[in-house]
Design a protein. Structure first.
Lengths: 152, 405, 250
């Protein structure tokens, strides 16, 4: 029994030490910060610092809004992130270790499972946004009916 | 340390114990290997497909889960119905229940398409889903039976044994009802969609659980060079016979009902007559090996002696084999039979409509399935060694009781 | 207002009662129906799917081409499916050939997720990943799908597929991946843009015009008019699921 207690104490000590050490690991290791490729366009939809801390929450919120409620705003959509941040060389946000998402996430050692399902590259011909798609749907009965409604 | 930890044995066979652990560990490692391989490559490596979505892992998992709740029955007879013989077996029964449930659940989880999202399953509940209810029942089962074991083992908490024993009894009935209803609630398929699944699974759990209990108990006694008291042996033997008989009864009622409904004729013909392997597994496995043969063994009249016990154990083993056959017929057989979308029509498509599907489990499914058994085995072997699970019969008290009865 | 496919407590008897008085109601329903329709389609991106819409499909099996597979091909292209038909490959829509055993009458029809009002897949899903959108489209939320496949056991139409291997190069509009269950989405990405599902478009393009898609709550829509003018059935009507997809000619 005494031996068991000794092991437990040792385990607790190691656990405690790890807990204290974790926040300081990057500083200790001295790893260079990832160099991120600049995205397309003037600036991001939010402040860079804000995005660094909160992009996951924005994405998660947006994913549920789109998926469950069918809200299709583009400001915080993953698809739009990919369109701006896909690498010039690989055309992707996560194909190589230097690509936008992969670079930071491998640095921070946070595993992503977005790309199990989502495309890491923008579509070949980005589709028109909703509201501008009149041309596409003009011949369809859906749109025809809308126009009927309008003329009434 | 190891010497101090062997409690149930007269003498410690540490070598044998390590050998058993290694064997169980090896099989468990096999299951982990299968799990990581599937996690990497996907279920493409299994024999499961879009028609047979639940295969061999589910057969063993559901069997273990059903048997788990049944194994607790021995404790319930003691605590809820106050039978002394069973009371002294309550700790072993509770422990076995937890071990079997762990094995079964492990297989279910390891077979998920996204096992990494197990936390989602624990945090997002759709309360209309009987599957979600099952998860609550499984988790609750661990908590309640765990508490129950503590009250059994700590003399200060003895007063709590009965109320918690009651709770555990009702919980296990709910759990098996829910497990049966996983199939009973499937409205679309001919093989399921019956309220009978709930009580049938409860009865079958009695039989499977008791059978496993008897095998484990006999093994423990024989390792210690002890023999089980004849009266106790007879009692448990008769109880197993009652449960096996009741399982057969439910099986008969289930199929008779189906045979009365014209829309179910084709399914019944498939299972009972021309379903190939499924027909064989039903008649030979479920009915004969799991029903008629053990009944014969249990009722055979013979002089009390060395053989009687091995006959009971043999019967119990047959019940286990028959139980796995039953699960295979229920789970896989129910899926291979084509879904009827257009009654009275011959149907053909690229998606195997109207076709009796085939299922060939791959090595990975076998590894996962065996892993469930090995996990239950490892936990049992370990628990039996480090805790006091050997039934302690107070024979003088039993004699008294018998004479007053 | 059209109650033909009403979302809550849609009993068959209600529908029948409605059909009897259909002509009378139509006149009154015209204006609000059209209005709703307008709202649904000129809907701004920040507006979600509305319960005032119920998307549905009407399939006329007499027009469906025997041996024609255009709807399937269009679906595969739009949604990035491989088009392979092995037992472990995904098929969101498939052509089913049926032959009446008594009369020998042969027909061909497309079968896919029927977008039930009371979907068994949604009922059985333990995590709520299987879900029905306000406008009646049944979807799988892959973020919470754990890949247990219970929905596949429950679906009366075998409409669902499980992704058996890792995928790459998905269509950005149609995320899909290993370990999750998936099925026809009515091409929700197109519908939200005011377009038709790919299968319907393909069927129209090849001249068969066997599939009509639209809002069944709008009495002025083509589908509502078609539904009103001829008898149609739902497959496995005995289950009372009130499917969004209905068939004529079976």
């Amino acid at each position: 029994m005494a031996r068991l207690a000794k092991w437990l104490r040792l385990a607790a000590l190691i656990g405690g030490a790890a807990f204290v050490a974790v926040p300081s690991i990057p500083a200790v290791a001295g790893v260079d910060l990832p160099k991120l490729e600049k995205g397309k366009g003037e600036k991001c939809v939010e402040e860079t610092q804000f995005m660094r801390r909160n992009h996951m929450d924005l994405l998660k919120h947006h994913r549920d809004e789109t998926m469950r409620k069918g809200i299709r705003t583009t400001k915080h959509s993953l698809k739009k992130c990919v369109e701006c941040h896909a690498s010039e060389t690989t055309g992707s946000v996560a194909a190589s270790k230097e690509d936008f998402c992969a670079a930071c996430h491998s640095y921070a050692a946070v595993k992503l499972d977005c790309w199990d399902c989502h495309a890491t590259k923008p579509g070949k011909n980005p589709l028109p946004q909703m509201g501008q798609g009149g041309q596409v749907g003009q011949t369809s009965p859906l749109m025809a009916s809308t126009q009927n409604g309008g003329s009434k | 340390m190891a010497q101090q930890l062997c409690i149930n044995q007269g003498e410690c066979h540490t070598g044998k114990f390590i050998a058993l652990l290694s064997l169980g560990g090896l099989v468990t490692l096999g299951a982990l290997f299968a799990f990581f391989t599937l996690e990497h490559h996907g279920h493409i490596l299994t024999g499961m497909n879009n028609q047979i979505v639940w295969g061999l892992p589910h057969v063993f998992a559901v069997f273990l889960i059903v048997a788990a709740s049944g194994a607790l029955n021995v404790a319930s007879i003691g605590s809820v119905f106050g039978k002394q013989v069973y009371k002294s077996r309550a700790p072993l029964s509770g422990m076995l229940a937890l071990a079997l449930l762990s094995g079964g659940l492990a297989v279910l989880v390891l077979d998920l398409g996204r096992p990494d999202r197990l936390i989602v399953a624990m945090t997002h509940y759709n309360f209309k889903s009987i599957f979600a209810w099952n998860m609550i029942f499984y988790n609750g089962f661990f908590a309640i039976v765990g508490l129950y074991l503590i009250t059994l083992m700590d003399h200060n908490l003895k007063a709590w044994t009965k109320p918690i024993g009651f709770l555990a009894f009702f919980w296990r009935l709910s759990l098996t009802t829910a497990t049966g209803s996983i199939f009973g609630f499937l409205v679309a398929r001919a093989g399921y969609n019956s309220a009978l699944f709930a009580p049938m699974f409860v009865i079958m759990s009695f039989a499977y659980g008791l059978a496993i209990f008897l095998v484990v108990q006999t093994t423990m006694y024989s390792w210690n060079g002890l023999t089980l008291d004849l009266a106790i042996r007879r009692r448990m033997k008769r109880l197993l016979a009652v449960f096996v008989g009741a399982s057969l009864y439910f099986t008969i009622v289930f199929h008779l009902t189906n045979m009365y409904f014209a829309k179910q004729w084709e399914f019944e013909r498939f299972i009972l007559v021309d379903g190939g392997i499924y027909t064989t597994l039903f008649w030979v496995g479920q009915v004969f090996i799991g029903g008629i043969a053990p009944l014969g063994l249990l009722f055979v009249k013979r002089a009390p002696g060395e053989h009687a016990i091995s006959f009971t154990v043999l019967a119990a083993l047959l019940v286990v084999v028959g139980g796995i056959c039953q699960m295979y017929v229920t789970i896989v057989g129910g899926q291979v039979f084509p879904l009827k979308m257009f009654p009275g029509h011959e149907v053909q498509s690229t998606f195997f409509d109207g076709v009796v599907n085939t299922y060939n489990p791959s090595i990975y499914e076998w590894l996962l399935a065996m892993g469930g058994i090995s996990i239950a085995f490892l936990l049992t072997a370990f628990a039996v060694r480090v805790f006091k699970f050997m039934p302690q019969d107070d024979f003088s008290a039993m004699q008294m009781r018998r004479s007053t009865d | 207002m059209s109650e033909q496919f009403k979302q809550e407590g849609g009993e068959n008897s209600d529908r029948r009662a409605f059909l009897k008085t259909g002509a009378l109601v139509t006149g009154a329903a015209l204006a609000p129906g059209v209005l709703l329709y307008g709202v649904a389609h000129s809907r701004a991106p920040e507006e979600g799917a509305s319960s005032k819409v119920r998307w549905g499909m009407l399939i006329d099996t007499t027009k469906c081409g025997d041996g024609c597979n255009d709807c399937v091909t269009a679906c595969n292209t739009e949604n990035g499916l491989s088009g392979k038909t092995g037992p472990q490959d995904s098929q969101w829509i498939r052509k089913v050939d049926i032959k009446d055993l008594r009369t020998g009458y042969v027909q061909s029809l497309p079968m896919m997720c029927q977008h039930c009002e009371n979907p068994p897949c949604v009922d059985v899903c333990p995590t709520g990943a299987s879900m029905k959108r306000a406008d009646g489209i049944v979807l799988v939320d892959r973020h919470t799908c754990i890949g247990c496949r219970y929905c596949m056991m429950a679906c009366p139409y075998k409409a669902r597929s499980f992704v058996h291997e890792p995928l790459t190069e998905q269509n950005p509009d149609v995320p899909r991946g290993k370990g999750c269950v998936e099925s026809c989405t009515f091409c929700v990405q197109r519908v939200d843009r005011g377009e038709q599902p790919a299968c319907v478009e393909a069927c129209e393009a090849n001249g068969h015009k066997a599939m009509i898609f639209g809002d069944t709550m709008d009495s002025e829509s083509e589908i509502s008019k078609a539904l009103k003018s001829a008898d149609s059935i739902e497959v496995r009507a005995d289950l009372a699921l009130n499917t969004g997809v209905r068939y004529q000619g079976i």
